[in-house]
Design a binder for this molecule. Structure first.
Ligand code: HEM
Length: 451
């Protein structure tokens, strides 16, 4: 084991590359994943980063994944990172900000609403949303990929989990989440942005959307044929104010509208970049998609059999992880890799550094879907593949997200033909706050193939 609990006299971890004045800020802003991989290769699985006034200790790679999975509850806390966001929305706590017993209780409460079954029981409704989205996109025109897919994905999740899409509120939710995450969590932007009227209006309108969703459920407008949703579950849980205080409902009900914005939508934007710039793969996935829809609405079991698409999705998760690292604060001291980590230290657990290490994934820069075939099975090597993080806070929507990505991609390729615009687009990533292709990447809707 390369860690041990308790205080120690070991030295502080080495300081990562950077300039005297701004530290590693430039490198962290332009490509944090690449920077942390290089520092891992130079210093090993622990190092410190200074970026202007922000100081972090980073633990990285497979060692960090194992630590997060096994030791996090004893040594790390999510509260100091996330609680200011709860407060911003008038809530006392949230699933992502609490740890220990309270975290387990909230996770059990929200599990059903965010489960894979939530989407697997509603394929026809998802396909309706996708067809409606295509109907509103004039054939022959191009749209900036990320915002366009954010709209689609959030419509799907809102409908699936909360009974309605965000409608006219989508831009407010987008603005609110972007600024809130970049000022509270990644701290890429100064906090005064939250004083701007544009931000305050976006926040208030987002909370208004959430309140409307709660009202609709309370007024009994829920379809009795549908199983209880996340919103029904959290309203019912207010019977126990130690679990779900009334004042936390509005923030919690906004979850479905936030959950996919910087995660599924960005992942799918990378995926569409991969497919539209690799015609051979596009053709294979299109053929699989046509077979999937040959008899109408597919069954979940049929979707799981889409071998090429599944491996494309895995390789896309590996090469373009939208959460390169997860933030925590140290609550109890420990030693890691021969260096000390003191209480109060802000940490980044760089769970996806392993995705780019040649000892785990040979030729890591190559998009290679055969990595996931036996005997290679590179995604099963411990600590080598963690797009959804690991440990107690592992993404609760991982199963749902994977099905959503598979179904949405299959449907888009079956119902329509897309091209990259410009046709020779070269990937340029932006980190705002999570990685995505930049706004010069558009998708051209070439033709409708099926309805
Ligand atoms: C490509 C898609 C997605 C990726 C890569 C992703 C990744 C992540 C990551 C890295 C975390 C933080 C884990 C940590 O702090 O250790 C997280 C947490 C979470 N995610 Fe996702 N996510 C995705 C989609 C979704 C979707 C679609 C939903 C719900 C519909 C969702 C719901 C959640 C929830 C509720 C948490 C908090 C879990 C907890 O704190 O216990 N995610 N996700």
């Amino acid at each position: 084991m390369i860690w041990k609990s308790g205080p120690t006299d070991a030295p502080l971890p080495p300081l990562a590359d950077g300039s005297f004045l701004v530290g590693s800020m430039q490198a962290m802003l332009s490509d944090p994943t690449d920077f942390m991989v290089k520092q891992y290769q130079k210093f090993g699985p622990i190092f410190r980063i200074k970026a202007l006034n922000n100081k972090f200790t980073v633990i990285a790679g497979p060692e960090a994944c194992l630590f997060l999975a096994r030791e996090a509850s004893k040594h790390l806390s999510s509260w100091d990172t996330w609680h200011s966001l709860d407060a911003e929305m008038g809530a006392s706590q949230s699933l992502i900000s609490v740890d220990g017993e309270q975290h387990s209780r909230l996770r059990a409460l929200e599990k059903r609403g965010y489960s894979r079954q939530t989407i697997e029981t509603q394929f026809p409704a998802v396909l309706n949303v996708i067809n409606g989205f295509l109907d509103q996109w004039p054939v022959g025109t191009s749209q900036v990929t990320v915002p366009q897919l954010q709209r689609l994905i959030t419509d799907e999740l809102g409908m699936l989990i909360a009974g309605q899409g965000p409608g006219e509120y989508i831009d407010d939710v987008r603005t609110f989440v972007r600024i809130a995450l970049m000022t509270h969590i990644t701290r890429q932007r100064p906090g005064f942005l939250r004083l701007l009227p544009q931000y305050r209006r976006a926040r208030d309108r987002s909370l208004e959307l959430s309140q409307k969703v709660l009202d609709a459920h309370r007024n009994g407008k829920r379809d009795p044929n549908r199983p209880p949703s996340l919103i029904d579950d959290i309203i019912a849980a207010t019977n126990d104010p130690t679990l779900m205080p009334e004042g936390d409902l509005v923030m919690t009900a906004l979850g479905p509208y936030i959950a996919g914005l910087d995660t599924v939508a960005n992942t799918m934007s990378f995926l569409m970049y991969v497919l539209t710039t690799k015609p051979e793969l596009y053709k294979q996935v299109e053929a699989e998609a046509d077979a999937l829809f040959a008899n109408g609405v597919p069954e979940p079991a049929d979707l799981r059999k889409m071998d090429v698409l599944h491996r494309v999705v895995l390789e896309n998760f590996r090469m373009y992880p939208i959460a390169p690292a997860v933030p925590r604060t140290v609550k109890a001291p420990f030693e890691f890799g021969g260096y000390r980590v003191d209480p109060g230290t802000r940490m980044l657990v760089a769970t996806t550094v392993g995705h780019f290490l040649p000892e785990l994934h040979p030729e890591p820069e190559k998009f290679d879907i055969d990595r996931y075939l036996a005997p290679r099975n590179e995604h099963r090597i411990p600590g080598a593949f963690a797009p959804f993080s690991t440990g107690s806070h592992t993404c609760l929507g991982a199963g749902l997200a994977e099905v959503q990505i598979m179904l949405t991609t299959a449907a888009l390729l079956h119902y329509a033909k897309f091209e990259a615009d410009p046709i020779d687009y070269k990937l340029k990533k932006v980190f705002a706050p999570t990685p995505a292709p930049d706004n010069s990447f558009k998708l051209r809707f070439v033709k409708r193939r099926n309805h």
